[in-house]
Design a protein around this ligand. Sequence first.
Ligand code: SAM
Length: 210
Amino acid sequence: MNYLEKKRAENAGHPRGFWGRKTLRAMNRHHDALTDWGLSFLTVNDGDRILDVGCGGGRTVKKLSRATTETVWGVDLSSAAIEEAFRANRRDIRRDKVIICKADVADLPFDEETFNVVTAVETIYFWPDLTAGLKEICRVMKGGGRLMLLTESRGDGEDAEKWAEVAKTAQMERLPSADGTAAALKEAGFVGIVAHVRGDFLCVTAEKPR
Ligand SMILES: C[S@@+](CC[C@H](N)C(=O)[O-])C[C@H]1O[C@@H](n2cnc3c(N)ncnc32)[C@H](O)[C@@H]1O
């Protein structure tokens, strides 16, 4: 891992300061194709209210805000991420089409049954308790709502050894696997769980029961 890769890995899960901002902008670019791949498995209807958890630099929020006439929310733990997501979505924030706020997936500041769709891109690695985070997401979703969890690295893929080094530097809690993620979703109360794999990419979609 070279110096730049190390700095980016160190700031992936908890972006802060100069390197945090640089990393967030880089992630907005580098996660673009991954995000488009993941979103291809998700049904988004016009009028859906959407939440992106761990929104980072806000690129996914921007994509989602084009898919619905309703408000799209982005939440993240990091102040640097909130600043960058504001920058990326300035125009939509001015007209209340997008709202970005600081929050932990473990304690979301929303009422029960608020969202039709929830996305979480490249963030589940860092949640201290995956099942608890998923239960909290389930709480704020409407019955029949759709969830998409997306990651670019897997603990059960061919490159698991390479990712294990990144995971250590990035202080990840876990490298997701298709089976482990599906089990956590089931335990959190989701149904209709489907895992999609392409190389190291993993996208798991699920629904909240009606
Ligand atoms: C690798 S970045 C991905 C950002 C963005 N989703 C993307 O695809 O570019 C992971 C993000 O998850 C956020 N995060 C980590 N733990 C979190 C938690 N417990 N609750 C909310 N956000 C969290 C980090 O602050 C960071 O912005």
